[in-house]
Design a binder for this molecule. Structure first.
Ligand code: GRF
Length: 206
């Protein structure tokens, strides 16, 4: 399978997927990396791994819609089977989400449905949570609201700073994201619509 990874920053999850894909038994390879920020360190990681990388700044576009159209064109050039959001700090338009429906994955640093949005580690500390974690989910039009595929939990210790907790969560991110991408590439994972109480809901089927 062909993976395109979208990033905005450090790209440590990108690195984890690149590293996993070096294994001869891994069923997928990263064929392209796109960042909305030209100075994202993840672009350097891609170059170091011999992977094609591109920056597409949102600042050059008049609207979110126009940016997403350009982004889709850039992604589709890579003919991907799966699109992996790894710290891509942009809200996506409904057209974009629909275009990649069922093959768009995201990682979010909380135990969804808790703490959608930003500052998840500090919010978990402030709430006095004893456990926290990370979720990999399919992307739907609802921000951080798509069906969860896999979660990993970490303990929250007394005196933890947001950075302490983020580091503990990151270790788990690097474990579970390559695993979910592998399952997807093995066709063991899909997003399906089901009817629940007369409502259509998306489910992750594993
Ligand atoms: C991760 O914490 C991920 O959960 C969130 O953005 C961060 C990206 O980190 N969506 P990195 O760029 O992969 O190091």
């Amino acid at each position: 399978s062909r993976i395109v990874v979208l990033i905005s920053g450090s790209g440590s999850n990108l690195q984890a997927i690149i590293d996993a894909s070096q294994d001869k038994d891994y069923p997928a390879e990263v064929v392209g990396v796109i960042s909305n920020k030209a100075d994202a360190y993840g672009l350097t990681r891609a170059t170091n791994a011999g992977i094609e990388s591109q920056a597409l700044s949102h600042k050059a576009f008049e609207s979110r819609e126009a940016y997403d159209v350009a982004l889709m064109a850039q992604i589709d050039n890579f003919k991907p089977d799966v699109i992996v959001l790894a710290g891509f700090m942009r809200i996506l338009t409904p057209d974009f989400v629909q275009h990649y429906q069922g093959k768009l994955l995201n990682i979010h640093p909380s135990l969804l449905p808790k703490y959608q949005g930003l500052n998840t580690h500090q919010r978990a500390i402030d709430a006095g949570d004893k456990e926290h974690g990370v979720s990999v989910h399919f992307v739907t039009e609802e921000l951080d609201g798509g069906p969860v595929i896999l979660q990993a939990k970490v303990p929250v210790f007394a005196g933890d700073t947001s950075d302490d907790l983020a580091a503990r969560v990151h270790e788990q991110e690097h474990r579970i994201y390559p695993l979910v991408v592998k399952w997807f590439a093995q066709n063991r994972l899909s997003m399906q619509q089901q009817v629940e109480n007369g409502q259509h809901v998306e489910k992750a089927i594993l």
